[in-house]
Design a binder for this molecule. Structure first.
Ligand code: CU
Length: 119
């Protein structure tokens, strides 16, 4: 019962979209994208992701809007795909190895500072 409650809270946004009960669902995922290279990388990756119709990353809000088929994929899978290429996706942390492999301009501002100001 407790687990059910937690699941419900965690998938709040997903639940809201589910209520629409359509073939096409839309979800917004907060990412750690920094620049237009990130935008290209994220949208390209999602275009290869099974069940994803389209995606659009807003660099100002860092949110990616994904339109997907709920019968073929789900928000967790989409978040995982983003994590695998080095980006945070909502509460899901970026894969550390993929993140390390990103170009410097695509890393988080705090990490850039760490490297530049290391004593
Ligand atoms: Cu970038």
């Amino acid at each position: 019962m407790k687990t059910t409650m937690i699941t419900l809270v965690m998938s709040f946004f997903f639940t809201v979209t589910i209520l629409n009960a359509q073939q096409k669902q839309e979800i917004k995922i907060k990412t750690s994208a920094q620049c237009s290279m990130c935008k290209d990388r994220i949208e390209k990756t999602l275009s290869y992701e099974k069940g994803v119709f389209s995606s659009n990353l807003n660099l100002e809000t860092k949110e990616v809007t994904v339109v997907y088929n709920p019968k073929k994929t789900n928000p967790d899978k989409i978040r995982l795909a983003l994590s695998k290429i080095g980006y945070q996706a909502d509460d899901l942390k970026a894969d550390p190895f993929a993140y390390e492999a990103l170009p410097p301009c695509c890393k988080l501002p705090e990490d850039k500072n760490h490297q530049e100001h290391r004593h």
